[in-house]
Design a protein around this ligand. Structure first.
Ligand SMILES: Nc1ncnc2c1ncn2[C@@H]1O[C@H](COP(=O)(O)OP(=O)(O)OP(=O)(O)O)[C@@H](O)[C@H]1O
Ligand SMILES: [Mg+2]
Length: 577
């Protein structure tokens, strides 16, 4: 480790030189309060932040540093998440921003969203806390400006570290709240199963968001806090928040209905992201769902490889195989069918669907249509005829948002009507209506089974090299992942919420190849990757230290594989393995 004065001397020596001169700064420096490891410096000032890594390490036994009492994994994740947010806020306030070409002058850390996630921008070990940030070393064109660099490293960075890690600068109450909120949400989520529930929405939760592009809570005065109908009200005692009340969504089939603009999708969205713990002030801190909840939608154009969609679709034109269905360009209904089957394949326990994003001809075929178009001429068995079977045979619950199809009353265990953003339990009325007006439609193909088929990935079909033979895995948008020669479109993975998850998914695909051995099914491959991350931290997915990864589930990993064009599998009946 070098004295930080050496860094100053090095900086003076390269002033005015070409940007490449910055490479001489690589090394470890002692700043007293912290150690700075300059690990990777981009080759030019336009290179995006993830191409540079600066690691700041402080000793946890240094009594100037925030003392963290960590007794569980949830606490550790919440502490690191809290510190990442503090570092981000401090860097926003203290760094003077862009000063020169490209990213010159910025100091930043991967920006966290509304969820408390395991992220590797802050790593807490027994002895140290490590922050992984980015500094845009400044240049005029490609000419090094040492004076600004010195100011960034010796004044701004030091101030940011003090502000975000010194005991005296940390709001202990806020830290405790961050941890308690995460622990309560985890506790609540773990309780769901034994209570016969798949989701819980606490009283007074704020579900609507600021806008279609902001995940922050709606702060409007007109916001209506959530209030549960009496019949679905549950009281639960949490470790920190004490006794709380809210709406328990029971297992089975739940229909969320009601007029347009009355808050149906907003309620479903809260269940979608109920798989994550939310930060204090988010409004959804105590809205949780079963951890194996998967949002399903249609998304035409997606890639599908050897997926058995025959429970929903068979007898396609030109005898196209649907037991081992492949396409470069799925239609609305086939994409939705594939999404469901692939979710079941990796262990989904709850499916969420919203009419806004479903294929209508996948959801229902009404009686008039049944009379006009013979079943022999309609490849689709609609979801209404399969939803009960999914629950009875596979124990998979479904929550459906449907404002326009009363035939679903017949198959729903609960019917919740949203009126002016408030849920009412309309189950008995809906069932009465269903009895009074028996459905004229015929149930179709209900006996056709959901076969368990394994899909065994083939290693050669997972290639991270681009057209120049270079390793290329990167993401600039949450729903777009560049992997080798391919761009993976993740638009329909609506439960992906942060860019850092997408980046991690890219590396996880490459990492997963260690388990791809012509024997292990995809279901097991993704399970092993998640187990490795659980046991060793998210750093495990890459050889290189990074500060840009955040946690994701096995589902998102499997679904990313499934959308990688060229990805290939061997399909087998479960019994054949
Ligand atoms: N509790 C609430 N308080 C205030 N505004 C809300 C609340 N819940 C939802 N909203 C807002 O109301 C609007 C409509 O909500 P949402 O999209 O959930 O309706 P919807 O019932 O799904 O409508 P549609 O049937 O047209 O799809 C959105 O702009 C949403 O942010
Ligand atoms: Mg809607």
């Amino acid at each position: 480790m070098l004295n930080s004065n050496i860094l100053k001397l090095k900086l003076t020596a390269i002033n005015g030189q070409d940007y490449a001169g910055y490479q001489s700064l690589l090394g470890t420096y002692d700043f007293g309060l912290f150690k700075l490891i300059i690990q990777q410096i981009p080759k030019d000032p336009y290179a995006p932040p993830h191409t540079g890594i600066y690691r700041i390490q402080v000793q946890r036994n240094d009594n100037r540093i925030i003392s963290l009492k960590i007794e569980s994994k949830v606490q550790k994740i919440a502490c690191a998440d809290f510190l990442a947010r503090h570092f981000f806020d401090a860097s926003q306030k203290i760094s003077k921003g862009i000063r020169g070409t490209g990213f010159s002058g910025i100091i930043t850390i991967n920006q966290p969203g509304q969820a408390i996630l395991e992220r590797n921008s802050v790593v807490i070990r027994n002895d140290i806390i490590e922050i992984r940030c980015f500094l845009g070393l400044p240049a005029d064109g490609r000419k090094i400006i040492s004076e600004i660099a010195e100011n960034m490293l010796f004044n701004e960075l030091s101030d940011i570290v003090s502000k975000s890690l010194l005991n005296e600068n940390i709001d202990q109450k806020a830290l405790k709240k961050h941890i308690d909120v995460a622990e309560d949400a985890e506790y609540l989520r773990n309780e769901l199963n034994s209570l016969g529930l798949i989701a819980f929405i606490a009283e007074n939760s704020i579900l609507p968001r600021e806008s279609g592009t902001s995940d922050k809570p709606m702060s409007d005065k007109s916001v209506i806090p959530f209030s549960a109908p009496d019949s679905l009200m549950k009281e639960i005692e949490l470790p920190y928040a004490g006794k709380i009340k809210g709406m328990g969504v029971p297992k089975g089939i739940t229909l969320i209905t009601g007029g347009g603009y009355h808050g149906k999708s907003t309620l479903l969205n809260a269940m979608e992201v109920g798989i994550y713990d939310h930060i204090p002030g988010d409004g959804r801190e105590l809205c949780v769902s079963n951890a194996q909840t998967v949002k399903i939608r249609a998304y035409s154009g997606r890639y599908v490889v050897k997926t058995d969609i025959s429970p929903f679709i068979k007898n396609l034109p030109f005898q196209k195989d649907t037991i081992s269905f492949c396409t470069e360009n799925a239609s609305g209904s086939t994409s939705q069918a594939a999404n469901i089957i692939e979710a079941i394949e990796v262990g989904a326990e709850v499916l969420l669907m919203d009419e806004d994003t479903c294929a209508t001809n996948f959801m229902i075929r009404d009686s008039k249509m049944q009379q006009l178009v013979n079943k022999e001429d309609e490849p689709i068995t609609t979801f209404i005829d399969k939803v009960k079977q999914l629950y009875l045979e596979k124990n998979i619950s479904t929550v459906l948002v449907l404002g326009g199809v009363g035939d679903y009353f017949d198959v729903s265990d609960q019917v919740i009507q949203m009126i002016n953003y408030r849920p009412l339990d309309m189950t008995s009325q809906a069932h009465k209506i269903a009895d009074m007006f028996p459905a004229k439609r015929k149930v179709e193909d209900e006996a056709y089974p959901f076969q368990s088929r394994e899909r065994i990935p083939i290693s050669e079909s997972i290639d991270p090299l681009n057209e120049y033979g270079k390793f290329a895995i990167y993401a600039k948008e949450v729903h777009r992942l560049n992997f080798g020669k391919q761009v993976i479109d993740l638009t329909d993975l609506e439960q992906l919420i942060e860019l850092s998850q997408t980046k991690a998914l890219g590396f996880a695909i490459e990492y997963a190849k260690k388990y791809v051995d012509k024997k292990t099914p995809l279901r097991e491959v993704v399970h092993r990757v998640i187990k490795d991350i659980d046991e060793n931290g998210i750093d495990v997915i890459s050889d290189k230290i990074s500060g840009h990864f955040a946690w994701f589930r096995k589902f998102e990993l499997a679904f990313t594989f499934n959308r990688l064009r060229g990805f290939d599998v061997i399909q087998k009946d479960m019994d054949a393995i």
